[in-house]
Ligand binder design. Sequence first.
Ligand code: PGA
Length: 257
Amino acid sequence: MSRTPIIAGNWKMHKSPNESVMFASELVERVASFDNAERVIAPTFLSISGVADALLGTPLQIAAQDAHWADAGAYTSQVSAEMLRGFVNYVIIGHSERRAYLHDSDEDVNKKAKAILAHGLKPIIAVGESLTQNEAGETVAFVSGQVRAALDGIVASDMAKVVIAYEPIWAIGTGLSASGAQANDIIASAVRTTVRQLYGDTIADGTRIQYGGSVKPSNMEEFMSQPDIDGALVGGASLNVDDFTALIEIASRVKGD
Ligand code: PGA
């Protein structure tokens, strides 16, 4: 089954609103012809509205870096999925930095996924093991547990909107990436197999699964050549317009029909 590749740039806490709009306006021109891949950027909440205005009518899509599960309420600092509707297409949830620093649990990630889907948006659910878990041989059990928990109660008809990002924590921002074969193996055995157990073959074969963790122009082709890797969630290299353009070009060329 063919799966449209999806490349998402997670800008984390980088770029002012002005810088974000300037970057987005340049990127949309640079990647216009690489249309075999979905192209997504995730600016900070503060920059989303300006970037959405700048990208109106263009194929570049926007993701938020998180969303709260409640529509509104006494949750200082938070932004709800309902508020993001109309501004973004995707919402990244479960990123390991949120899990580590802001204590997002599997249950929180699940509640966020359901709220995002309920508001017609699409979650990018990030999962991945620590170095200690990896070295202890716990990767497959841990990652499949995260996938199972995140998808709890999500109906089959919503699964076409769900993207999963496998990001080994030890590879994020460290310059150490998994090899293409290693990443493919975990994505196949821990992520896609779990989706298959939960939803069956058709949905498992249609679900898009990204790799993330020190993806850069020099290793992108290796990841995109793997059969179970359907794109990338990119941090550092998405902040540089030349690098991010190169990643999108590679995905569109290698994975495109
Ligand atoms: P990195 O970050 O590409 O800088 O390793 C990836 C991520 O956190 O999604």
